[in-house]
Design a protein around this ligand. Sequence first.
Ligand code: ADP
Ligand code: NA
Length: 330
Amino acid sequence: MAKPRVLSGIQPTADSFHLGNYLGAIRQWVTMQETHDAFYCVVDLHAITIPVEAATLRHRSRVAAAQLFAVGLDPERATVFVQSHIREHTELAWVLNCLTGMGEAGRMTQFKDKSAKFGESAASVGLFTYPILQAADILLYHAESVPVGADQKQHLELTRDLAQRFNHRFGDTFTLPQPHIVKSVEKITDLQDPAAKMSKSSSSPQGIIDVLEQPGPMRKKIMRAVTDTGTEVAFDEENKPGISNLLRIQSALSGTPIPDLVARYEGQGYGTFKKDVAEVVADTLTPIRERTEKLLADEGELDRLLAIGAGRARAVAQQTMAQVRERVGF
Ligand code: ADP
Ligand code: NA
């Protein structure tokens, strides 16, 4: 039986992915390349919905792609590509734009959140129609499954509505994607502010661990992570959010269940525990960083890997768009 096709994208909006992106998203991508016909996309065209320098964007897209290969995505098993390499994304997005109602687009709550920072009227129309480009990303490849967190559910609903509307109006063309609920992807929190999630927009660089971070500074961040004033290593989200976050990280990276970790550190202080967390983080990230650096230093090799993915993605995208043009009438 054919494996179900999954599509997932990640924006190149920082100079490195962070530990939250790794544990919350990219690591699952590696697992899914075994169980799914996986299409993974660095969505650089989504990243220009917010102003960014050309050189910065170009650099970030390459780092993101290199990191995807470095974490273990295999170009022979997964289709890894950069969105802008496939022109059909924007072409399909235009067609879908013309099928979307103003009111319907206006109900997307993420636009309200994302534009709140600079005010709705200063936000670009691109930011407003971003979910429609996302729908094109998915529908272009007939993805059956899309990993979604809570904040993306509404966008997948829109994608399904647009697919249905197109099929109804122009004839059966698109597959209706299903949400793929990733098993307990827990949020990794900011090391300095356990109430906030680790994010590239974190208020302090001390709160976030980049995948490309050197082990020395990384260790310092973990040793200085905010905890409660107690001494007992216990999993208690409410009263010990900092320690609970470190337990989640250690458990996720080592595969040891949290209760076993708690038992292991009984009677020991936070220092020993934090040192071990730093060690497992270093053990995980060091090879990823080294592989990323090697790929970034070898431009030809990274281009070659991306061309494999683009070739496969383009073959599907061109076929879909040919059908769409035929049915829409251009
Ligand atoms: P950021 O929050 O840094 O802006 P994005 O919003 O670009 O990151 O998220 C990219 C992916 O990484 C998404 O799938 C998101 O769910 C996941 N992710 C981001 N931050 C975390 C976190 N702190 N814990 C778990 N997953 C996260
Ligand atoms: Na974000």
